[in-house]
Design a protein around this ligand. Structure first.
Ligand code: PEP
Length: 258
């Protein structure tokens, strides 16, 4: 992390977990142990149907609410979909774009991710853009090129002044939900390479200020070391965000450095 230049973000990703009542119960528990987290922004990305409950439960706190997906179009005949404007109107601040599960189950490719990034930005949301390689790709030695292509395509056409709202999350697919996190140096190496791509696209000032998260089996045991890396500016956390205590432990682990 480098809190002098960029915001630290600890974000949960609940995936398809918890009902609205469970969301309320989680919020009550987290609120009792959550200090004034001046050192980081705490975000919870929750299923669409739980957004109103989450917004209400966290109304009097500094916890920001995010969605886990959005549709690229602003309105129209897209049964079952949700637009960026709908999320913004509710009070949502962040939205995950291009999570590997959506790329896999939802067939989202880099171009679809790019359209969603534009939709989120146009509505005033902060997209958390996920990139990451599979184990096969890592073993083939193409991680660097692949991640660079994912980042460049996702950000294609995004002007520099909108980059202030973009968050990038490096999530190696082999580490998501497997209990096998990337080693701290591996995570930092890729996050640093993402910053280099951003520097080439937008220059040093934007690269220095963009928040780049690591995600993939981050938990209360490994968070401190991962978050101590200079180019890892926070975490996108699945399983360990489902209970208040481990999530709080990760929030506390981000309270380091300046
Ligand atoms: C995720 O889904 O973004 C994630 C990182 O999950 P987990 O922490 O469970 O690996």
């Amino acid at each position: 992390m480098n809190r002098k230049y960029r915001k630290t973000i600890i974000s949960g990703n609940w995936k398809m977990n918890k009902t609205a009542s469970q969301t309320k119960a989680f919020a009550e528990e987290l609120k009792t142990i959550l200090p004034k987290t001046k050192w980081c922004e705490v975000v919870l990305c929750v299923p669409y149907v739980n957004i109103p409950a989450a917004l209400k439960a966290f109304r009097d706190t500094r916890v920001a609410i995010g969605a886990e997906n959005l549709h690229a179009e602003s309105s129209g005949a897209f049964t079952g979909e949700v637009s960026a404007d709908m999320l913004k109107d509710l009070g949502v601040k962040y939205v995950i774009v291009g999570h590997s599960e959506r790329r896999w189950y939802g067939g989202e490719d880099d171009l679809a991710v790019n359209r969603k990034v534009h939709a989120a930005l146009s509505a005033g949301l902060h997209p958390i853009v996920c990139v990451g390689e599979s184990l096969e790709q890592r073993n083939l030695g193409v991680t660097g090129e692949l991640i660079a292509l994912q980042v460049k395509t996702a950000l294609s056409g995004v002007p520099a002044d909108r980059m202030r709202r973009v968050v990038i999350a490096y999530e190696p697919i082999w580490a998501i939900g497997t209990g096998e996190n990337a080693r701290a140096e591996q995570a930092n190496e890729v996050c640093q390479s993402i910053r280099t791509v951003v520097r080439k696209l937008y220059g040093a000032r934007v690269a220095r200020s963009v928040t780049i998260l690591y995600g993939g089996s981050m938990n209360e045991q490994n968070a401190y070391e991962l978050l101590a890396q200079p180019d890892v500016d926070g975490g996108l956390i699945g399983a360990a965000s489902l209970d208040a205590e481990p999530f709080m432990a990760i929030i506390n682990a981000s309270n380091q450095g300046e």
